[in-house]
Design a protein around this ligand. Structure first.
Ligand code: NAD
Length: 359
């Protein structure tokens, strides 16, 4: 038997509880198949926490997360809380939890499943073999730099400053090299070193760390070129590492390669192996409670947790293979179905994936 891993489960709002429920079924099946032991404990977060505890991020939820090895999050938010003051909005809780848990990187895989190639706006032959990960720095750069307005020679001016220090760059770059070592051993570091001083420092740090990973093939790509190459030859990328704002834009671009938001998983990582795992999509209030949401993004988030936090690579591959098998057999939830009349529900999709899961 393996050691017990503690997972804090935060279902959240809207379709959050539905999709997390299916992910937990998959988690349970891996215990049986691989002899793992998971201890799951549920916490309140987001709109439901505002309703029941008067705050989007109650201290007990934060304590639960801090005491866990990993966090599985559904989604938060919804129209009910949209007009609340800033401190009583679910999204404020999201920023708060990332900060409190020291999560400095965001990891987003973009894998194109062959049978879903038609769902993308790109030509199937361009997408062939695409399987990449964007590693985005999450707590530095222009989003967090000093911001102010002032009177200039031509009237009102606005200033946003972009700051990165060596330590911030080193930790994310090491994480990206480590992830590359578990995959195709290719890393593209994206910057704008022809113009920005922060990018020149970024590139220096990357070049200094690279010799520690002699097996990883490194390339430096300018961000504008990367935006183009993602559309032209997405399959040539393995791991992309970049700063906060470039990563924000490129990870959304990469996400669109796959064609459906219901398929995209993500991780936010801090120091060590701790991570928060969640689907990229939101709480989808338009379909909440109807049992038609796609649970695959959350199920693939569990696979990501297995890889990045627990090092359970075999089980992660088994989950991904089960998802592929179910899709290859033609099963689709409404969001990815071409013929909507044949679409299956959330629980049915979860059950099929559990049934397809094999050691
Ligand atoms: P959304 O991702 O919730 O929904 C966008 C569209 O995609 C909707 O039509 C929805 O039905 C569909 N969709 C999303 N996930 C799906 C799934 N798993 N299966 C099938 N269809 C799916 O984005 P939104 O509508 O802009 O936001 C809704 C709420 O979610 C807002 O309150 C927003 O603030 C919140 N949100 C939360 C997070 C998070 O918790 N990390 C992220 C994004 C948005």
């Amino acid at each position: 038997m393996s050691e017990v891993k503690k997972i804090a489960v935060i279902a959240g709002d809207g379709i959050g509880p539905e999709v997390v429920g299916e992910a937990l079924k998959v988690l349970k099946k891996t215990e049986e198949l691989f002899g793992y032991q998971f201890e799951t404990e549920h916490g309140l977060f987001g709109g439901i926490a505002i309703d029941e505890k008067g705050t989007p991020l109650p201290q007990e939820t934060l304590d639960l997360c801090k005491g866990a090895d990993a966090v599985l999050l559904g989604a938060v938010g919804g129209p009910k809380w949209d007009n609340n003051s800033k401190e009583l909005r679910p999204e404020t809780g999201l920023l708060g939890i990332r900060k409190a848990l020291g999560l400095f990187s965001n990891i987003r895989p973009a894998t194109v499943f062959d049978c879903l190639k038609e769902a993308s706006t790109l030509k199937p032959e361009v997408l062939e073999g695409t399987d990449l990960i964007v590693v985005r720095e999450l707590t530095g750069g222009i989003y967090f730099g000093e911001k102010f307005r002032r009177e200039g020679a031509f009237g009102e001016e606005a200033v946003d400053t972009c700051v990165y220090n060596v330590q911030e760059i080193e930790r994310i770059v090491r994480q990206a090299f480590d992830i590359a070592m578990t995959r195709g051993k290719r890393l593209a570091s994206v910057d704008k070193a022809n113009v920005l001083e922060t990018s020149r420092l970024w590139r220096e740090v990357v070049n200094r760390i690279a010799p520690e990973y002699p097996e990883v093939e490194l390339e430096h790509v300018l961000v504008d070129n990367c935006a183009m190459q993602l559309l032209r030859r997405p399959s040539s990328f393995d791991v992309i590492v970049t700063e906060n704002m470039f990563g924000d834009i490129l990870s959304d671009e990469a996400a669109m390669l796959t064609g459906s938001i219901g398929m995209l998983s993500s991780a936010s990582l801090g120091e060590g192996s701790f991570g928060l795992y969640e689907p990229v999509h939101g709480s989808a209030p338009d379909i909440a409670g109807q049992g038609i949401s796609n649970p695959i993004a959350t199920i693939l988030s569990v696979a990501l947790m297995f890889r990045l936090t627990f090092g359970y690579h075999e089980a992660a591959a088994a989950i991904e293979a089960a998802v592929k098998e179910v899709l290859d057999a033609g099963h689709r939830t409404g969001d990815i179905a071409v013929d909507k009349s044949t679409a299956i529900g959330t629980t049915e999709m979860g059950d099929l994936i559990v049934a397809a899961l094999r050691k």
